[in-house]
Design a protein. Structure first.
Length: 95
């Protein structure tokens, strides 16, 4: 997906910031898409990535919430490096 529509560190930081500011926040993909004004595919990739690194948890009825123990911003740079070759796939068009 293109960077302009895709997952960037700034987008991830914004999502993390909202969840840290409102620890009880639970959003479905559809709600998150509206909340952050994102394309559904980019939003899904962002949320799924944050689940993968343990910052968010996906729970009942597909809602995303802050993971237990997530009390600070994740190290997005380190997470990006740990994904190796898969990280660029988050950034480019899936089509």
């Amino acid at each position: 997906m293109p960077l302009s529509l895709g997952v960037t560190a700034l987008v991830l930081q914004r999502i993390c910031g909202e969840y840290l500011e409102m620890p009880g926040l639970r959003l479905t993909l559809k709600q998150a898409t509206r909340f952050w004004g994102m394309d559904e595919q980019a939003c899904a990739r962002s949320l799924d990535y944050l689940v993968e690194i343990g910052f968010l948890a996906r729970v009942e009825q597909g809602t995303y919430r802050l993971s237990d123990g997530a009390v600070k911003f994740p190290s997005l740079g380190m997470a990006k490096a740990s994904l190796g070759a898969r990280w660029p796939a988050l950034l480019r068009d899936a089509s």
